[in-house]
Design a protein around this ligand. Structure first.
Ligand code: PSU
Ligand code: MN
Length: 307
């Protein structure tokens, strides 16, 4: 690829050029979302899960000033080891990190941008950012939602954590014209649990049905992303009471400590993980693997449709 600043891994570039399935994967989840060394193990397992379904994984980050789509194993290890020392990069940060020749882990928003530059349209992650609780006062709304409104990438996730106001997150997505699809469910999943109690806009029960809707959206040039919400497998879901108590405590502590801006989400994620012990991390890993598999199936179905 000859785009300035962009390095697409040859395997990924070849697959995109041949209309073969590719799944984008983000790196903030590696550097800021999980502790070392589980973050590296998980990132590698997620890539394997994508391959097992017949698609090519493209983990995305900024490395030494290069927008990098498709990482080598050593690059994933570096992201995981450097962890929270690595910058967390969203849309607004991209030019500054590149100009300085620095490295950064990409959020959902930044990963969507780099994926789109490389021609990759399906992306798997754990949870998306959203409208934070108390946003009426803090104005804290993740740039992920703006990106979903403007960039043509479908994001497979397990909904969003209830560190967010999920009702307001759905309202925001509705305003911006971003469809929310439930995979085999009528309800928005809440990350660790399968049901937030809120309805999704559309329920689709097969990767082929999702691919069919994506194809129409893309052919009509209806700009913007799609949220494909895939509930955590039943046996890995956490009891609502356990997770709710941890979230309430983490939110209180963030408030007491004056945590704000881009530090908020990593702080809450890390605190919730500490408060629930290893359980939430185990659930988190399983739901990401589950999303990677579905994203790969959708990517395969998209290519079949077009073939
Ligand atoms: N939610 C999670 N795990 C994560 C994130 C969100 O359950 O790792 C990360 C994603 O990279 C997401 C980012 O794009 O946090 C959102 O950060 P913010 O709220 O600052 O926009
Ligand atoms: Mn924010």
């Amino acid at each position: 690829m000859s785009k300035p600043y962009l390095d697409v891994h040859p395997e990924v570039a070849a697959a995109v050029a041949a209309n073969q399935p590719v799944v984008a994967l983000e790196s903030t989840i590696i550097a800021h979302g999980m502790p070392w060394p589980r973050n590296v193990e998980t990132a590698l397992r997620v890539e394997e899960a994508v391959r097992d379904q017949g698609a090519i994984p493209a983990t995305i980050a900024i490395l030494d000033g290069r927008l990098t789509v498709g990482l080598e194993r050593g690059q994933i290890e570096r992201l995981g080891r450097e962890g929270r020392q690595m910058a967390k990069v969203s849309r607004r940060d991209i030019p500054f990190v590149v100009a300085a020749g620095k490295s950064g882990a990409t959020t959902v928003a930044a990963t969507m941008i780099l994926a789109a530059m490389a021609g990759v349209r399906i992306f798997a992650t754990g949870g998306i950012g959203g409208v934070h609780r108390g946003a009426a006062h803090s104005f804290d709304i993740s740039a992920d939602l703006q990106e979903l409104a403007r960039t043509d990438v479908a994001v497979v996730c397990a909904g969003a954590k209830s560190i967010l106001d999920l009702g307001l997150t759905l309202e925001y997505l509705e305003t911006r014209g971003v469809p929310v699809v439930g995979y085999r469910t009528d309800r928005l999943p809440a990350f660790y649990s399968r049901d937030s109690g809120l309805r999704v806009d559309y329920r689709l029960d097969t990767p082929e049905a999702i691919a069919g809707a994506l194809r129409v959206k893309w052919e009509l040039n209806l700009k913007g992303g799609v949220v494909i919400a895939n509930p955590i497998p039943e046996k890995y879901a956490m009891p609502a009471a356990v997770i709710d108590a941890a979230i309430e405590q983490a939110l209180r502590e963030a408030d007491e400590q004056g945590i704000q801006g881009k530090a908020t989400t990593p702080f809450l994620l890390a605190r919730v993980a500490e408060l629930t012990g290893g359980d939430s991390l185990a659930s988190n890993i399983q739901l990401v693997l589950n999303n990677a598999r579905l994203a790969a199936q959708v990517a395969v179905a998209c290519c079949r449709h077009e073939g």
